[in-house]
Design a protein around this ligand. Structure first.
Ligand code: PEP
Length: 242
């Protein structure tokens, strides 16, 4: 079954989260054959959940340490205690703006595993790296964070070319397949691997993109903020899986 994850980034206050949940609950009722997860900001992990289990909740990050004097950090254990199932790690905004590197991310992965969270691990090349023909090398380097992770554990990899995130310029099917296939080959020892695509997915391009058999769903930023457009993307992913 395909998986569609809404990454809300630093958007939505409590009342906006509650309004989305109310609206999306009736829409989700009519969507079958697709797994859905929503990643709100930390304070709303509980409020973004669905008591009836029609979707699950993901955090957008977690701390690299277990607990202690780390002001402002949120641990994987805290996230799990709010009922989250997934945690997004290594989003390009975290790598670029908060200087997260291979070592930090391997520690975050370990904390996520200890807490029983399934990582949605993001990888992707920049425009410059792509132009230099370095996409495969960049993905390999980023995937190094997974070296210490148990290969039999469930893992979601999100292939998100940096140049496609929030730009309105989605990768074309060939580029998506190239990146996704490289990841699958590199992680061929992982039976429970799902590869998602992320980068300017919208209701208008979701059908064409999900038709690529190399991917098992989407990580969606901007287009996940409205219940209506998120529903349409979930439906595209559902019909491709049927
Ligand atoms: C993202 O934030 O992971 C993302 C893919 O954003 P957008 O869909 O807005 O490009």
């Amino acid at each position: 079954m395909n998986l569609v994850v809404a990454n809300w980034k630093m958007h939505k206050t409590r009342s906006e989260v509650e309004a989305f949940v109310r609206d999306f609950a009736s829409r989700a009722e009519r969507i079958e054959n697709v797994e859905i997860a929503i990643a709100p900001a930390f304070p709303f992990l509980g409020a973004a959940g669905d008591a009836r289990g029609r979707w699950s909740v993901a955090a957008q990050d977690c701390g690299a340490e277990r607990a202690g004097a780390f002001t402002g950090e949120v641990s994987a254990e805290m996230i799990a205690s709010e009922g989250a199932r997934y945690v997004i790690l290594g989003h390009s905004e975290r790598r670029r703006l908060f200087r997260e590197n291979v070592e930090t991310l391997s520690r975050k992965l370990a904390r996520a595993r200890e807490a029983g969270l399934i990582p949605i691990f993001c990888v992707g090349e920049s425009e410059e790296e792509k132009s230099a023909g370095r996409t495969a090398a960049v993905l390999d380097e980023q995937i190094r964070s997974l070296d210490g992770d148990a290969p039999e554990a469930e893992l979601v990899l999100a292939y998100e070319p940096v140049w496609a995130i929030g730009t309105g310029r989605n990768a074309n099917p060939e580029e998506i397949c190239g990146g996704a296939r490289h990841i699958v080959e590199r992680l061929s020892n992982r039976p429970l691997l799902r590869v998602l695509y992320g980068g300017s997915v919208t209701p208008d391009n979701a059908d064409e993109l999900i038709a690529q058999r190399a991917i098992a769903g989407f990580l969606v930023g901007g287009a996940s903020l409205s219940p209506e457009s998120f529903e349409k993307i979930c439906r595209s992913a559902a019909s491709a899986a049927a």
